[in-house]
Design a protein around this ligand. Structure first.
Ligand code: HMG
Length: 382
């Protein structure tokens, strides 16, 4: 049975910071960000936006053109957890008015968990072909100010509907998986920003690329030349280039940069969106001008800590009729540019759940985070 991504849509934040502004304010050569990291700008949430509002917005765009009554499961992947107990997807379920006969859970393993959710959805549909599963990847990458990670921040959500006989891509059986216990990037429960061993994280990512590829190649009769385009997890887009070069060296085959180029266009402008990053890469690849019908895509998913997966997907005939690149263009182009000082003020104004507060109305998106009452996060559907 063919199972995969039937529809896909995205959302991001109200604000954007151009990295040239950060470079100027910090006295850094702008080329370090543009060329060294491969980033131009990043999305910054307004006080009334979070992973729930972005995830619900991306999912609403899907549900407005699909039949919500077919959804039996909502899988919300994030590492920006808003509660230690309640799944963020339950808030989304309520905001979207989904039926009660739905299973809803949250997945966590750094940036990788979106792929765990996607594969779980595929497995569910393999058993219950009439069901559809809503997978939401949504994150805010928020690093400490003046840390190495600060220019690699970002935020966004990608929602995917997983179904039999999908309109966009079929996820092929057998992927390559990899787990290694590494402390390259982690966020303790009492910290709103992660701790990062930058150099170790690059090495851990590259080790995982090779480990997952080797497992895939051992399980399937598959060569890199069988893959038409590659999408790698993009904490910053230069990392995808490093992974691509490493893979080429490892297999001893020249892999041109045109194989990854298109997948980086959205992430250069969004920044790291953790669980959503790989799927913004997929969206960018599908939205490009090239006709990909019948072509095989290779996707590499990495989550620090570390867990990784290399898997493949085959683009379906007629897929372009089911794409909505205009929502991505609208999401990116309508962001309000802020100055470096405004961004730092927003960053420093972060509030936890320990006191009651109301957020200012900033976003014009369909869902708002309105504040905290008696330690309960409050949301509004407009
Ligand atoms: P850094 O110290 O800011 O930068 O840390 P650098 O000095 O290493 O320079 C970066 C690149 O810019 C280098 O290129 C420089 O040569 C170049 P490279 O040698 O790597 O090819 N450069 C310039 N290029 C042009 N003109 C110039 C110039 N100056 C320098 N003037 C680091 C970089 C990535 C460590 C930092 O940004 C960081 O800590 N980021 C966060 C961690 C991260 O993203 N790690 C990636 C792998 S782990 C991962 O992907 C998982 C993650 O998404 C989280 C999760 O799974 O949940 C992060």
């Amino acid at each position: 049975m063919n199972i995969g991504i039937h529809d896909l849509d995205v959302a991001t934040t109200h604000y954007v910071l151009k990295l040239d502004s950060m470079a100027e304010a910090l006295g850094v050569d702008p080329a370090k960000y543009q060329l060294g990291l491969g980033q131009d700008e990043f999305s910054v949430p307004a006080p009334d936006e979070d992973v729930v509002t972005m995830g619900a917005h991306a999912a609403k765009r899907l549900l407005d053109r699909n039949d919500p009554s077919k959804i039996r499961m909502v899988l919300f992947a994030t590492e920006t957890g808003i509660d230690q107990s309640k799944a963020a997807g339950v808030f989304v379920h309520g905001l979207l008015g989904l039926p009660t006969a739905v299973r809803t859970v949250e997945f966590k393993q750094a940036c990788y968990s979106g792929t765990a959710a996607l594969q779980t959805a595929v497995n569910h549909v393999a058993r219950y072909p009439e069901d559809q599963v809503l997978v939401i990847t949504s994150d805010v990458a928020r690093y400490a100010v003046d840390s190495g990670g600060e220019p690699t921040q970002g935020a966004g959500a990608v929602a995917m509907l997983v179904a039999a006989d999908p309109n966009l891509v079929v996820i092929e059986p057998q992927s390559g998986v990899f787990t290694a216990d590494v402390n390259d990037f982690w966020r303790p429960n009492d910290s709103s920003t992660p701790f990062v061993e930058g150099k170790l994280s690059l090495d851990a990512y590259l080790d995982a690329t090779i480990g997952a590829w080797d497992d895939l190649a051992a399980r399937r009769d598959l060569n890199v030349s069988d893959i038409h385009r590659f999408m790698h997890h993009q904490p910053f887009t230069k990392m995808a280039r490093k992974a691509h070069t490493k893979l080429a060296e490892h297999v001893g085959v020249e892999l041109g940069s045109e194989l990854i180029e298109e997948s980086m266009t959205y992430n250069r402008r969004i920044g790291n969106s953790y669980t959503a990053s790989l799927y913004f890469g997929l969206a960018a690849q599908l939205h490009g001008n090239e006709d990909l019908a019948g072509k095989r895509l290779g996707l590499f998913s990495y989550g620090s800590g570390s867990v990784a997966e290399f898997f493949t997907a085959v683009v379906q005939p007629g897929y372009t009729e089911h794409l909505h690149p205009e929502t991505v263009a609208e999401s990116l182009d309508s962001r309000e540019e802020i100055t470096f000082e405004q961004y730092r003020d927003l960053h420093n104004a972060y509030v936890g759940e320990s006191e009651n507060y109301e957020t200012a109305t900033v976003t014009d998106a369909p869902f708002r985070f309105t504040g905290v009452t008696d330690r309960v996060r409050q949301y509004e559907a407009r």
